[in-house]
Design a protein. Structure first.
Length: 255
């Protein structure tokens, strides 16, 4: 009988406080949790296959915001957030109190991720049809890359796109706000990219029974391996992204 053990792995870049105990929350989920976000008013937002929910009482009760499969959230500032779902993008301007559809001219509803280049406010959306860019606040969108997208992050004019590459994935990078693209050579892999508030990138990398974590300090220009494990480990979503630290879930499997 296999046991699944969930551990919390903390990568410290600056000193931070590690909680000494954990309490399991009452949850509306029976599937993976992909989105966790806490507002300034300490409202917790969580999203996954079942939808997007909020709680004001530390998880005792939950309010349903959306029933669409939720993939990611992008926070432009304290009050303005973009939610990526299988029913398009939703926008809140008031700390999650109200949500409206956004960017509806994208020719697909499956939005996996998005980011904003804060130098010129151009938007990038990672979708099942590829990577789209909008230069007019979501009114119109242009297709930049036509391979399935999982994740897109921005650091200034540098855009990093995690995309499908045959049966695996690849990282494609632009340093001129999406005009030109080059591929990172990290071999065949599947995984996910995580970004700290200071722009440090971590790459979750899997290839059959091998798992690795890579770190980049220069916007994905180069990657250094900081962890390798065999057999393969499954990493979960970012749990916290504060003080330039990254907290992730690690699932190890034992027979």
């Amino acid at each position: 009988m296999r046991k699944y053990i969930w551990l919390a792995l903390l990568f410290l870049i600056n000193q931070t406080i590690i909680p000494q105990s954990w309490v399991e929350l009452n949850s509306p989920f029976n599937s993976v949790v992909r989105v966790l976000h806490i507002s300034n008013s300490n409202t917790l937002f969580a999203g996954g296959d079942n939808g997007f929910f909020s709680t004001n009482d530390e998880g005792a009760t939950w309010d349903t915001i959306l029933t669409a499969k939720t993939m990611s959230i992008y926070t432009q500032n304290d009050s303005t957030w973009f939610l990526c779902t299988y029913n398009g993008i939703y926008l809140t301007l008031d700390y999650g109190e109200n949500w409206l559809p956004f960017g509806q001219t994208i020719p697909t509803l499956q939005i996996n991720d998005m980011t904003i280049n804060k130098n010129d406010n151009s938007l990038f959306a990672s979708t099942d049809l590829g990577l789209y860019k909008s230069s007019d606040n979501g009114l119109t969108w242009n297709l930049l890359l036509n391979n399935y997208g999982y994740r897109v992050v921005s650091i200034g004019d540098t855009i990093i796109y995690l995309a499908k590459n045959g049966n695996f994935q690849k990282i494609t990078r632009s340093t001129d706000n999406g005009s030109n693209w080059t591929d990172n050579n990290l071999g065949d892999f599947s995984g996910m990219i995580y970004q700290t508030t200071e722009g440090i990138l971590f790459l979750e990398w899997h290839f059959f029974d091998t798992s690795r974590l890579y770190k980049s300090l220069n916007g994905g220009g180069s990657w250094g391996m900081i962890y390798q494990n065999q057999p393969s480990i499954s990493w979960g979503p970012v749990i916290s992204n504060t003080n330039n630290s990254l907290v992730m879930q690690r699932k190890t499997k034992h027979n």
